[in-house]
Ligand binder design. Sequence first.
Ligand SMILES: Cc1cc2nc3c(=O)[nH]c(=O)nc-3n(C[C@H](O)[C@H](O)[C@H](O)COP(=O)(O)OP(=O)(O)OC[C@H]3O[C@@H](n4cnc5c(N)ncnc54)[C@H](O)[C@@H]3O)c2cc1C
Length: 445
Amino acid sequence: MSSTEAQSTHVVVVGGGFAGVAATKQLAKHNVAVTLIDKNTYHQFQPLLYQVATAQLAQTDVMRPLRELFRHDKTVNVQNATITSVDPAANSVTTSEGSTFEGSHLILANGAQPNFFGIQGAEEHSFALYTAPDATRLRDRIIGVFEDAERNPELIDRGALTFVIVGGGATGVEIAGSLADMVSDVMPGRYHDLDVSRARVILVDRGSVVLGPFSESAHRYAATALEEKGVTLEFGRSVTAIEPGRVTFADGSEIKSHCVVWAGGLKTPMLPGTEELPHGPHGRITTGADLSVDGHPGIYAIGDTATAADSNGDPLPQLGAVALQAGEAAANSILADVTGEAPSPFKYHDKGIMAMIGRHAAVAEVGSKHHELHGPVAHAAWLGVHAWLLSSVRDRVDTFITWGWDSITHNHAPAIPDNPDKARIDWSGNEDDQFNEPNNSEVDT
Ligand SMILES: Cc1cc2nc3c(=O)[nH]c(=O)nc-3n(C[C@H](O)[C@H](O)[C@H](O)COP(=O)(O)OP(=O)(O)OC[C@H]3O[C@@H](n4cnc5c(N)ncnc54)[C@H](O)[C@@H]3O)c2cc1C
């Protein structure tokens, strides 16, 4: 790209997740001016959120300041602002404070958000796990109920130590396995006068397996691994309501719990102005082979917010590896557009799918042929892929690797609630839960 072409190009990127960061890095390599806008000042590494929630990592371990990430890239202007509308005709976006950013090209990489499917009380009274603050809030609740039960063991009968995880996908399985380890391995050493064996971790799903997208043998492996850790699996269970102190199911039955983790699915946020863009399942924006939005050649949509397709035309999963590769590919498409070359179609190099099931257990289907691995070798594959992902947003990943191996045998637990007063439950009388703040993951309806 000539310096004149670089000067006339200005790309506005919404979202500093894997997708937005990868696109911005690739454009910066070619000295293209980029305005990267995120509502947070930091990038957050979602694959490690469950480790924060179960007190194996601190919140700051999974965050990286966006300005730090681009400190050497003089053509990148990082803006901390929330985008509230998009004007597809002008390739521009407007912030909650009324500023407008217009580019020669616009990249939408604003991710997804929890989907509560309109279930009564789910957004208000469950714990989603989508952001670093979500993970801290869940950790504080877990510690808070142990403290309460230690003070008054009668509260165990009122669900104080009953943890319900809704959804048997990778997020639900990872948090259930890790929470079961925390309950059986860490808490007994901390609460000497509490019968920790009365704690229950229950994973509910309306389907009949955990880890749906994996193979049948992976379903069986994961279910057995969870049950061996003491997790109760309840299939064919549809949640109809979540209230302070209880979850209700379609058959009218209830489970008393003050800690319901929502791992029930994702949807794409519909930013005002994007209604006119083509959308696929769960609101994901539909793109062509060069990742531009169909009918809008200057606008690109990547990562969780969009539907990129594999070579068979099937939608790719919402994964870090897809987001990262799509970010680079969208940047390359823009570079080709500026120089008048034909863009190369996006081709995803499949890293496979994998899930950790607490310590000692993991399942991985590696590479494009999804070669199946279980146990320590799957754990190693998980570490390898996540170290690669992490290297896109960190200079050093050695601490992560050390944590990964140590986590097989030890549990490092900076288990100090950040906000103990907020996490406190009012147990008096009617089970009313004072922790009524909405989830940190903002959800539009
Ligand atoms: C709990 C959990 C565990 C996961 N585990 C794995 C795993 O093990 N392996 C794997 O590959 N993938 C995993 N994923 C999926 C992976 O994290 C996502 O696919 C990936 O982060 C998507 O990247 P993205 O850039 O599209 O979106 P995100 O990473 O969500 O980034 C979107 C960015 O946009 C910003 N933003 C959103 N709205 C606005 C707005 N209106 N204005 C300004 N900024 C905005 C957000 O602050 C955020 O920084 C996991 C996801 C979760 C939630």
